[in-house]
Design a protein around this ligand. Structure first.
Ligand code: AMP
Ligand code: GLY
Length: 423
């Protein structure tokens, strides 16, 4: 079949790498893609959120399947538009994508259906929000309702700070429409983990656990980023916790979305806090995580296309996914200055040497080809991913691979996986 993959990051390179290995895939396009994806797909110069142009392209090229990487086109209704045009598309409908598109919707849905999450209130007016802040004990979590590219969640250590962000969102409008409503939430203690599951609205096929590293610097210091590294599995998710997550969170959420008449199909990503073995929902994403996808799919031994088609065709109950028992670790190499301002266009060297170590795959995130050479073109540049006999072996190999790669200003965290190794 002809497949169109939408997106341009490390997650999409990983998907492109897996999809291109599938015997079901004859032609792979990617819009807009990156230099790494170009090794597996024909790049198409259409922005990932340009829904109308993407649908036209898919119709014109007689694409059989559209696989959507990022959240913006899902919230923008790309899957609905493809389905209306008779093209199979992987991901939730616009209505179901509200689980990520509106934090207030997600919290209300969880609350209505008794699914564990922190206490919260939703506000559109400053006065009411301030009064609620006054009643809380810090830390206090302030979240913009809408999509804010990972920047809309602020963990505030004082009431003054919480009030400041309430004003920034509701009065100054710095987050635009995304911040015209906000959620103020109880701070949850514990260890974070991400659990992703394929679902067709009836069946779930849960993937192995993983853990992201959101802060820019070692020991979880510095600003939040899109994710500086990830490993799979996450030891905090014991078999018992995994079963609890399926039973108390994933299955009830899929059921809740059916009851809400927004049936959920695609990948459901639950961002969870685990405290004394009890999971609570921090957030939902309606897509694969980035960089969690890199270590997770590095461990998927079977074909990726059947579980992508399953949610569309309602045949997920027939899927058997085969996972590598070995852990995988992804270390993100970022541009100097990221997540703040950074320069682009620096030559990248050493990827072949890194991959020659074996059981290493370097996924491109922000890369481009310029005059025949590979250069940096984004904040997160590469996701250097390795499999190991155990977690410490995977960590060691990933860093050995990172050591072979260079570009000006490169920075990366040196403690990816350290928390799991301390356990
Ligand atoms: P989110 O995008 O909602 O996952 O938030 C981004 C990050 O903020 C999460 O990965 C957590 O590290 C942190 N966070 C969000 N909500 C809470 C909460 N209620 N308690 C503690 N930390 C939180
Ligand atoms: N790694 C976090 C995310 O994909 O949102």
């Amino acid at each position: 079949m002809k497949v169109l993959l939408v997106g341009s990051g490390g997650r999409e390179h990983t998907l492109a790498w897996k999809i291109s290995q599938s015997p079901l895939c004859k032609t792979l396009y990617c819009a807009p893609g990156n230099a790494g994806i170009a090794q597996h797909a024909e790049l198409v110069d259409i922005a990932a959120d340009d829904v109308a142009v993407l649908v036209n392209f898919a119709k014109r090229q007689k694409v059989d399947l559209v696989v959507v990487g990022p959240e913006a086109p899902l919230v923008g209704g790309l899957v609905d538009r493809c389905t209306a045009a008779g093209i199979r598309a992987f991901g939730p409908s616009r209505a179901a994508a509200q689980l990520e598109g509106s934090k207030a919707f997600a919290k209300e849905t969880l609350h209505r259906h008794g699914i564990p999450t922190g206490d919260y209130h939703t506000f559109d007016y400053v006065e009411a929000a301030r009064a609620y802040v006054a009643s809380l004990r810090p830390p206090i979590v302030v979240k913009a309702d809408g999509l804010a590219a990972g920047k809309g969640v602020i963990v505030c250590n004082t009431k003054e700070e919480a009030n400041h962000w309430v004003e920034v969102m509701l009065m100054e409008g710095r987050f635009g429409n995304a911040g015209s409503k906000l959620v103020i939430e109880e701070f949850l203690q514990g260890e974070e983990t991400s659990i992703l599951a394929f679902t067709d609205g009836k069946t779930i096929a849960t993937m192995p656990s993983s853990q992201d590293h959101k802060r820019a610097f070692a020991n979880d210091k510095g600003p939040n980023t899109g994710g500086m590294g990830a490993y799979s599995p996450a030891p905090v998710v014991t078999d018992e916790v995994y079963d609890k997550i399926e039973r108390d969170i994933l299955i009830p959420t899929v059921h809740a979305m059916n009851v809400e008449e927004k049936p959920y199909r695609g990948v459901l990503y639950a961002g969870l806090m685990i405290d004394s073995g009890k999971p609570k929902v921090l957030e939902f994403n309606v897509r694969f995580g980035d960089p969690e996808t890199q270590p997770i799919l590095m461990r998927l031994k079977s074909d990726i296309l059947p579980p992508i088609l399953g949610p569309i065709d309602g045949t997920l109950d027939q899927m058997q996914l085969e996972w590598d028992q070995r852990p995988a670790v992804c270390v993100v190499m970022a541009s100097g200055g990221y997540p703040g301002k950074y320069e682009k266009g620096f030559p990248i060297t050493g990827i072949e040497e890194a991959e020659a170590l074996g059981e290493v795959k370097v996924f491109h995130a922000g890369t481009a080809e310029r005059k025949g050479s590979l250069v940096t073109s984004g904040g997160r540049v590469l996701g250097v991913t390795a499999l190991g006999e155990d977690l410490s072996g995977a960590v060691e190999l990933a860093y050995q691979a990172v050591g072979k790669i260079s570009f000006e200003g490169a920075h990366y965290r040196k403690d990816i996986g350290a928390r799991a190794l301390r356990r």
